[in-house]
Structures are given as C-alpha cells and as structure tokens.
Ligand binder design. Structure first.
Ligand code: 1CP
Length: 354
C-alpha cells in the first residue's frame, strides 16, 4: 500500500515526532455543514444516507474539502450495530434515535444475534471501501463503534435518555443479564470493527459517551471491562507490519478519573472531554498513551480571537510537543458557524508548528 501523504495523526498516536499537532473534530461530517444537510435531503433521511455508500463517502469528504483536517472519520452511526441485531432503528427529527424492539429482560437478551458484519452491515463495509478509494491515501480514515455500555443504554432505554433509569436499574437488579447483554454486544462490536479493519480503515475509535454516568465500580465492571475485551479481540497487526499497527482510541465522556485504567487496556489513545486537564493527565500517564482533546465544543460560539486564545490554552495545557491529537471534548454542535471551525484548525496548526 502506498504511504499516506499526511500521516501526522497516526504518527501522534504511535508516539512518533510530528511537525505540528494533528487535528480532527468529533462529528466533523454533520449538521453544521450546509452541504451535509443538502446531501442528507438528497438521500431522503439520515438512515438512507448511512445506507448509501456513495453518499456516505460524499459526506465523509465534505469537511476535508473545506478544512485541512488531519484525519477523515467514516460517516455512519454507533446505532447501526443494535439495528443489525434486530432492534430496528429509526431516527426522528426532534425526538432522536429510537428502537422498535428494546431489550428489557433475559429473554430479549438471549434472542440477540451477533450479526455477520459483511452481511447485515455490508453497507458500512461498502462505505469504508468507497471512502478508502476516494481518499487515495491522502489522510488516514478513522473507523468507529460505540462501547458496549453506551450501546446498551440505547438498547435498553429504547432511545436517548436523560438519566438511563432502566439500564441502571438493570445493572443493580439483574447484573448477570446485563453482563450477558454486554458480552453479546462486545462480540458484535469486535466483529464489526474487525470487518472495518479488513475493509481498510487506518485507526479505530470507540465512543463511550455514557460511561461517565456510572459510579466508579460500575464503570470498571460494566463499561471498561468490555472495551478492554474488544481491544484484545481486534486484529490490529503489530509494529512490524509494513503499514504499522492500527491505533485504538478510547473516549469515555466524563472519564478523566479513570485514565490509568483506560490506558491499561492497551489502547494507544485516550479521548478526554473539557472537564479534565490534558496537562494533569499527561503527568499521570507519562506519555504512555496519546491524549485526544479537549476544547469545549461551546467555545466555538466565541469570536475568532477568543477561539484562537482557547486553542492556545488547550495546547499550553498539554505542554511541550508530544503525544497529542487536538479535538473538541465532544461532538461539534449543529449550529456552529463553519468559519469558526476554520479559525480553530488554522490556530491548531500554526500555534503548534515546531
Ligand atoms: O439529523 C441528522 O443528520 C442525524 C444526526 C446524526 C449524525 C450526523 C446522528 C444521529 N449520527 C450522526 C453521525 C455520527 N454519529 C458520526 C459520524 C462521523 C463524524 O463525523 O463524527 C459518529 C462518529 C457518530 C457517533 C455517535 N452517535 C455517538 C458517539 C459520539 C458522541 O457524539 O457522543 C452517539 C452517542 C450517537 C447516537 C446518536 N446518533 C444520532 C444522534 C442525534 C445521536 C445522539 C442521541 C443522544 O444524544 O442520545
């Protein structure tokens, strides 16, 4: 395979030197871009867009045409996996994602299959292959999945939820049933990510958006343990492969207190939200892993001058050049002005240039 024209993101994740701090944005393909909204309309709906490899490729590339981003991320959603497990996903404007068949008890859990990703999720693999070919080794492609715990919150609640009451009741009332649900979901996620790797992604990201809502012991037992299990099941290759080992980044929103344990999973990168200091975590982990983050997504509402100052503050908090991938601390909001994104990316590149 030909080498990447811009390997900065992968080099940072592997702990190699870089000319500047690489940057990408969680949810970089999405509603804040008018061209995304137009393509979604053309597709019919969000789910039609996910299931159309050509249009999924188009929206993956849209932010890269506007901004000099250092990575692309597959356009899809974490909820395609439970959909393929038979829960039947729909997405309604204003309400958010919903499942027709939520998982509420032991019988529901025992019925769950581990889908064959090339079959039931073949449209995602086709999108990966289409994007890989369109990128033509310009920047790396990040593939992703939800953590088993985060997927379980949607699977048990039947959609988004403020307090995750049903799924949290389940961990205390029926821990064995919850573990079985998380085991099956982990196997589904591992198979799904391995299929994305076979289809050509360059890096893996696992989104644990709701791990931070768990108590300390519950986080380790119901979220982190299953992410660790997935990391150990991935076909990442090794350092001696001509293209290098595929790096894995774990992002637990609200997970700053667990970084030592997250690093112990063998991941290469840890995503942090804006409530944690990058400098503090760097001191705790001593550059054993790469840190991704962590500008407050809301700071993009500010003026260009304030955005530059905020970028500088994040870079300064991290400190001397090292294992850092710049990002927001969570996904970009739908009403952010794309010009402000351009200011942020330019500031990261120019202020961090060695
Ligand atoms: O109306 C629309 O166009 C749908 C909005 C939308 C988009 C653009 C959804 C529905 N999903 C996505 C794409 C998406 N989702 C990507 C694409 C790649 C990118 O550009 O980053 C990714 C990586 C995700 C991941 C995702 N989906 C997460 C984890 C990351 C995070 O932001 O916390 C979660 C929790 C979801 C669930 C989901 N899908 C969509 C919505 C609105 C939600 C969140 C619902 C909730 O708040 O509970």
């Amino acid at each position: 395979m030909k080498p990447l024209a811009n390997p900065t993101y992968l080099r940072a994740l592997r702990g190699q030197s870089t000319d500047y701090t690489p940057v990408w944005i969680m949810r970089q393909a999405g509603r804040y871009l008018p061209e995304y909204r137009a393509t979604r309309e053309q597709a019919g709906s969000f789910l039609d867009l996910c299931r159309n490899p050509e249009l999924a490729c188009e929206v993956t590339l849209q932010p890269l045409r506007r901004f000099p981003l250092d990575a692309a991320i597959l356009f899809s959603d974490i909820l395609t996996v439970p959909d393929a497990m038979g829960l039947e996903l729909s997405l309604n404007e204003g309400i958010g994602p919903q499942f027709a068949h939520p998982v509420r008890n032991a019988a529901d859990v025992e019925r769950l299959p581990v889908p064959d990703p090339e079959d039931e999720l073949g449209y995602v693999m086709e999108a990966v292959r289409t994007i890989v070919s369109a990128l033509d080794r310009s920047v790396p492609l990040i593939g992703f999945a939800g953590s088993p715990w985060t997927l379980a919150t949607y699977m048990v609640e039947g959609g988004s939820s403020k307090d995750h009451r049903r799924v949290k009741a389940m961990i205390y009332e029926s821990p064995q049933v919850t573990h079985r649900l998380l085991e099956i979901t982990s196997d589904a996620v591992a198979a799904y990510l391995n299929a994305q790797i076979a289809a050509g992604i360059d890096a893996v990201m696992i989104f644990d958006t709701w791990g931070g809502t768990l108590g300390d012991r519950a986080y380790r037992e119901f979220s982190l343990a299953y992410m660790a299990r997935i990391v150990s099941q991935l076909n990442l290759g090794d350092e001696n492969d001509p293209d290098g080992r595929i790096p894995v980044t774990l992002f637990t929103k609200g997970g700053g207190q667990w970084v030592e344990d997250i690093a112990a999973t063998g991941c290469d990168g840890i995503g942090l939200d804006w409530t944690t200091s990058l400098g503090d975590v760097r001191t705790r982990l001593q550059d054993r892993v790469t840190l991704q983050g962590n500008m407050d997504p809301m700071s993009l509402y500010a003026s260009p001058e304030q955005i530059r100052a905020e970028v500088k503050a994040v870079l300064d908090d991290f400190g001397s050049p090292g294992r850092h991938v710049f990002n927001l601390g969570h996904g970009i909001l739908p009403d952010i002005n794309p010009d402000h994104v351009a200011v942020m990316i330019d500031a990261v590149h120019s202020l961090s240039r060695r």
